[in-house]
Design a protein around this ligand. Sequence first.
Ligand code: SF4
Ligand code: SF4
Length: 790
Amino acid sequence: MQAAPIRIWDIPGGIHPEEHKTESTQRGMEAAPMPSRLILPLQQHIGARAEPVVQVGDTVLKGQLLAEASGMVSCPLHAPTSGTVTAIGPAPYPHASGLEEWAITIEPDGKDQWTELDPVADYSALEPATLTEIIREAGIAGLGGAGFPTAAKLRARPEQKIHTLIINGTECEPYITADDTAMRYKSAEIVAGIEILAHILQPETVLIGIEDNKPEAIEAMRAACEGKAMQVVSFPTKYPSGGEKQLIQILTGKEVPSGGLPADIGMVCQNIGTMIAVHDAVLLGQPLVKRITTLTGAALQRPTNVEALIGTPIHELLAFAGLQADKLYRLVMGGPMMGFTLQSMDAPIVKTTNCLLAGTLEELPPPPVAQPCIRCGFCSEVCPANLLPQQLHWFALGKEYEQLNRLNLFDCIECGACSYVCPSSIPLVQYYRASKAEIRALDLQAHKADHSKQRFEQRQARLQREAEQKELERQQRAEKAARLKAAKEAEAAEASAAPPVSAPDVERVEAQKPSGLSPEQKQLKIAAATAQMALKKAQKQIASNPDNVDLQAQIPVLEQAWKDAQAAFDAAAGDTSVKPTPPPAAAPADDEAKRLKIEAAMARAALKKAERAAGDTPTEEQEKELYALREQVAVAEARLPKDEPAKKPVDENLKKAKVELAMAKAELKKAEKALAANPDDAELQQSIEPLRQRQLEALRALEQAEASSPIPPPERQLVDKKPVDETLRQLKTDMATAKAAFKKAERDVQDARDDGGDIDAAEAQLLNTREALDKAAKAFAEYMSAKETR
Ligand code: SF4
Ligand code: SF4
């Protein structure tokens, strides 16, 4: 069935230079001879340079990987024939600058032996991504001249559905006939390559655009497309219809937005030569190692199109085409409009070399000397991109890059149409190319500067964060140290200050007891009890810290204070039977006596400390010190009042038993307190009984020590040996437990209110604990009342 004709659109501008196509199409497509060596530049495409994977001296087979792609936008490189790697390094390179480029050089062995190939039998069974990877691994880059890696182009806008695939068979530039030749002699391969691409992209429409100056190509392609889901579209010849954006406009009437890609409007454009490479890669398993190149120009005896190995030196190809060196004036790679002049014929053809134009002086005369712009406007009329070439030229001269960007310099396809028509012979395109290069360099510089700035700012921010963190940690350490210091000071103050139980507390406790004493007697009794408690506390502390000289000095003072207070109370109460209380008159109550006692105690403590430090084998210095201290003790004791003993005897066993009992009591008390706060703690519950047992044993040990002590009764401190009231202890524990449970229930109610928990359940628990606490308090009160009555 005949496909409906496709409407075509015109593009703005354009020119009609002499075509010079027929010179190279007379001999069909020839195979170029095997060159003497192959030079394979590592940079034959847009993007990152390939990385060699072979070394000098390696033998390689045709199609073997020589260099691998080094990024997403990069292409691998393969051996075009079998042979030996003879060099890897700078080599002649086809560029207007004439500079060299790193390349792998191979000396062919003449066998042209393929490496093992892996053709795909049924590509339609493969996923698009797999086929795209095969294309990538085959090293295919656009063969139309730009050299953009084909796989990267297919993945350019993965989120954008491609509805139209356009195959560019325009070849609008004069002299070049490589695609024309390919379409004439390789149409089947081209169509197969298009079908593979259509399978990858799944487009709704496939169009093959060919200018009407290639009737043989159009006929061959139409024949090959017969019955396929693709259509050949012929349109009038005009330069530069072959520009990607221009061809899309001609075939679809749609414009690719400024700065955008065809994929942005759902289209992909591929070159004819690229389709042959895709066919070879997928169906034959062959990487890109050859291409069709036009050899043309009046300096050649037999212009032609050759299928040549990539890397073939240009002079060998030109020799094949009958180069007449004496006629050669300028050698151009590409066409006369967009190509560039080669500095050396030693350079090789690369993947993008579609034409070598060996021009004579008459054919490619030197450009006339440029004249000032006469503002004729011809350049604007022919510009296919609707640009203002004359203004672009003006701003390019002044290096006004912002203005150039505003005038869409980067939409210029460098077709050279403006230069071609300029009556002042101004090389406009060269100005644009130079300006583009400078802008790209500045952008790169700005990008690098931005990147550096970002890194600097990120580093500053990181340093700031670290400094803030350090300061925070320093403050926390300082606060912690301050808290510790305050706690130590409070502890020290408590240790050296008055008894822990305040007089009002004692008064309150004493007042609760029905004693029958007068207010004055009560006051005296409270004073005696307070003095006794202070003395006991000091004794307790010195038991655990016997080297504390300050405490040693306090003991006699506190002891005397208690005795005085007790004596005063006894006198007021008319009871003088209390044994520890000596008669006030007998005590050395005056200040001088106290001071002498303190001095003697301090001297003894200092001597004791020095003796401990000296040990059994004192040094000479220590002997002297000990002698001096003994002298001091003797003097201090000699000055003591005659009715006081020089030194109270100490029973070490008794002292040890007291300390043990105090420690056992303290541990039991601590455990009981913890249990009151955590009544459900099984470990705490189990610890109580052993601690009670320990305290009981310590008490018995003390009793035995007291019984066996050689110290006469007035010299000993008798322990209150009241039997432990277990019932009272249990009642107290029950009350503490109930109180802790009640407190916890109160917190639970508050938490339930704050967090939206089960308030009813929490309040019910609070009620239960309240009742338990009331019950425990009542039991305690009743027991105490009954005890006092007894
Ligand atoms: S064609 Fe040449 S002379 Fe005419 S306006 Fe353009 S730049 Fe100027
Ligand atoms: S070279 Fe650029 S400015 Fe000149 S005609 Fe072509 S697209 Fe327009």
